[in-house]
Design a protein around this ligand. Structure first.
Ligand SMILES: *Cc1c(COP(=O)(O)O)cnc(C)c1O
Length: 366
């Protein structure tokens, strides 16, 4: 069977190094806010090209803390609007509403699957304070025009980089393209920990300081609390493991790009649509989404033929029960994506013969 994601095989690639890193932490007896966190924060900030990296407990916290930071700085208030793609993963939206901010959902384009930058200006109101882009599936959601729109309207440009570790635009990494960015190191991401972990990157020193305090109970000085904060910290073993994995990230992404090239060159079933192919710099292929009008049938067929797949995602945020108030709204492109999307095996351990199996199965579907 070709697995969608074989974390055991991925971890085994550098298993000894991970064990050595974790053992070092065990022997040190220091498990939170120590040297491993410092080291990883410095290395990740450098990799991204941001002045600051704040390691936190998970990606959702990173997203939440980013906007909470702006609120504590007085730059955003309850009821302010944040523009966000309608087809994102629910975490992006939850982080906005949990801050008492209002998500303004904007459709993606069918070709790129990312927020339609040409529709952003029409969505701006006097209450708009920011745009949260999401580099979904590892594809770049930024272009120069977006940067100009945000500047012109005085909007904070925020990035959800949970799926885009290593992706870049004209040499600048996602995570350093806007004012601040949230990263997730959930095990299945391109840069994944052995549990939950996340980070915020920014080159704004004030925001970095506020977020660091907020993630640590709102404290900047031991037992002195400036904000009603939360406990969102990365464990030392996770930081140590991520620091090892970071060294291999570009290599791993290159393998994903090679697999993607193979898929693009060999999948030729007219019943299946592939997303528009873009430069490798702009795509780290967190997922390889394909589209089919008979998606559920295709998924069943692939399963019978030993190919694991997953739908990212079956129900869009505006159709979820937790956002009942939006259920009657219509976002046709988002809905079409959710009806037709299927993610096929895409990672650094898919072998040549497995890739052939995936392609053959897809091309044999009638
Ligand atoms: C994974 C993911 C998150 C959330 O990250 P967690 O670490 O699981 O909290 C947020 N946004 C997107 C787009 C994601 O894929």
């Amino acid at each position: 069977m070709v697995k969608l994601l074989d974390l055991q095989a991925i971890t085994a690639m550098h298993g000894d190094e991970y064990k050595e890193a974790v053992n070092r932490v065990i022997d040190s007896g220091w498990f939170l806010q120590g040297n491993e966190n410092k080291q990883f924060e410095a290395n990740y900030a450098k990799y991204i090209g941001a002045d600051h990296c704040i390691a936190v407990a998970n990606g959702l916290d990173a997203l939440y803390l980013l906007m909470r930071g702006y609120k504590e700085m007085g730059l955003m208030q309850d009821g302010d609007e944040i523009i966000v793609p309608a087809n994102t993963y629910i975490a992006t939206i939850i982080a906005i509403t949990r801050n008492n901010l209002v998500p303004v959902l904007v459709e993606p384009t069918w070709q790129h699957l990312e927020i339609d930058i040409d529709k952003i200006e029409a969505a701006i109101t006097p209450k708009t304070k920011g745009v949260m882009i999401v580099h979904l599936y590892g594809r770049i959601a930024y272009n120069d025009k977006l940067g100009e729109i945000c500047k012109k309207h005085g909007l904070k440009l925020m990035e959800d980089c949970a799926q885009s570790h290593g992706c870049a635009w004209k040499g600048v990494k996602t995570g350093a393209l806007g004012d601040a960015a949230a990263h997730s190191f959930y095990p299945g991401k391109n840069l994944g920990a052995f549990g939950d972990a996340g980070a915020v990157t920014t080159s704004d020193p004030e925001l970095a300081e506020v977020i660091r305090a907020l993630a640590n109970y709102g404290s900047q000085k031991k037992y002195v609390f400036k904000y009603v904060g939360m406990n969102s910290r990365m464990s030392e073993p996770d930081a140590a493991v991520l620091d090892v994995k970071l060294k291999y990230l570009d290599e791993d992404n290159k393998k994903r790009q090679e697999l993607a090239a193979y898929y693009y060159e060999h999948i030729n079933n007219p019943l299946i649509t592939l997303p528009k192919r873009i430069n490798d710099e702009n795509n780290v292929y967190h997922q390889f989404p394909i589209f089919c009008e008979r998606r559920d049938e295709l998924q069943e067929y692939l399963k019978e033929n030993g190919v694991q797949t997953l739908i990212h995602y079956p129900i869009p945020p505006h159709k979820q029960e937790c956002y009942k108030e939006w259920n009657e709204r219509s976002y046709p492109i988002t809905e079409k994506i959710h009806e037709q999307e299927l993610s096929i095996p895409m990672n650094q351990v898919v072998s040549d013969s497995e890739a052939r199996e995936v392609v053959d199965s897809l091309n044999n579907f009638k």
